[in-house]
Design a protein around this ligand. Structure first.
Ligand code: PMP
Length: 360
């Protein structure tokens, strides 16, 4: 069996140890003679798995007690509508920062429910930077401020947490959750689709401060009501049990890597060495402002785009998979999430240097 290095943006690489453990437990979970995905979500066994996963996530992110952790479905995109449904709370406008494709999707969806005030946009520089705090034209009467700390497609990551005063701050952390320590208490709500740093697709994690629960738009479906979900321990209906279980295994794995602090050190090293090659070798380039470069998604282009196909083919032949950039921007993108080992980044760098020597 060969495991290749997988630079997919999502669904993306999972830790090999986690996959092996899931494989080992698949047919017979803990001696019960059935798999975890074949038992009731209300069984005492699954309820314990679910609670342990939540506790491990709380430990990893140091989530304060006044926050609920919800394990939902529908992907991060479903949160684009649940956020206004739950967090407008009688107000009619919300502030959004636009730093790229995912911000834009969140804005478009929220516009169906409220007046969206775009408080800063980096569209003019083709989404290659983040706005400074001083550039945010925040409205003190906004229901909340939404932003995307890491834009997955163009590899743009905030190097600071916006200060929004008393206005609740909401963050789409789909592509950088658990990649480095953050102060959860600065946020009113954090959400993430699981399929990058958490587990398989199908699960969405929502972390929300409990004083914001319970004042929803009247037409909100019960399934989309954070308070109803919180009161039901995210088991209002059948949750994605296998994804929840697997996320729990990933959280244990992450604890064994030294937690978020430990993995952050590794993530910083991986990103720094990859950007160093892109910046020092004229064959490659990345347009993102240095302070806004993502640790998780590293897009780059070749000096000669005619060689793109050959680059990708040779990379694939060497077991370096899923390097094409997003279909909307082209070029290359290496997503180097928590589960991509440093050796994978080293192998990519060695290939990039070798390729440029042969074709530069
Ligand atoms: N936000 C960000 C930052 C993303 O990267 C993605 C997916 N790549 C999404 C939202 C949408 O996630 P989902 O497919 O889970 O709806």
């Amino acid at each position: 069996m060969t495991r290749n290095y997988n630079f997919s943006a999502g669904p993306s690489a999972l830790p090999e140890d986690v996959l092996k453990q899931a494989q080992h437990e698949l047919l017979d979970w803990h001696g019960l003679g059935l798999s975890i995905m074949e038992m009731s979500h209300r069984s005492k066994e699954f309820v314990a798995v679910a609670a342990e996963a939540e506790q491990d996530l709380r430990d990893l992110m140091k989530i304060p007690d006044n926050y609920k952790v919800l394990f939902m479905q529908g992907g991060a995109s479903s949160q684009f509508s649940m956020i206004p449904m739950n967090l407008l709370r009688g107000k009619t406008t919300a502030d959004y920062i636009n730093t790229g494709d995912w911000s834009k999707k969140a804005i478009k969806e929220a516009s169906r429910y409220c007046d969206v005030n775009v408080v800063a946009t980096t569209e003019a520089d083709n989404f290659t930077s983040v706005p400074a705090q001083s550039e945010l034209k925040l409205n003190p009467d906004a229901a909340y401020v939404h932003y995307t700390p890491n834009e997955t497609i163009r590899g743009v990551e905030f190097d600071y947490i916006p200060d929004t005063g008393d206005v609740p701050l909401v963050a789409d952390m789909s592509s950088n959750i658990l990649s480095r320590p953050i102060d959860v208490s600065r946020f009113a709500m954090i959400y993430a689709g699981a399929q990058k740093n958490i587990g398989p697709a199908g699960l969405t994690v929502v972390i929300v401060r409990d004083d914001l629960l319970g004042d929803i738009l009247p037409t909100t479906p019960a399934l989309y009501d954070y308070k109803v979900n919180a009161d039901a321990d995210s088991m209002l209906n059948t949750p994605p049990t296998f994804g929840w279980y697997l996320a729990g295994l990933v959280f244990k794995w992450l604890k064994a890597q030294g937690g978020v602090e430990g993995i952050a050190e590794l993530n910083r090293r991986k990103a720094e060495k990859l950007y160093a090659v892109i910046d020092s070798n004229p064959f490659y380039s990345n347009p993102v402002a240095i302070n806004a470069r993502s640790w998780m998604n590293v897009p780059f282009i070749l000096a000669n785009a005619d060689l793109d196909k050959l680059f990708l083919q040779e990379a694939q032949d060497k077991g370096l998979l899923n390097l094409p950039g997003h279909r909307s921007v082209g070029g290359m993108r290496a997503s180097i999430y928590n589960a991509v080992p440093e050796e994978g980044v080293d192998a990519l760098i060695a290939f990039m240097q070798d390729f440029s020597q042969r074709h530069g």
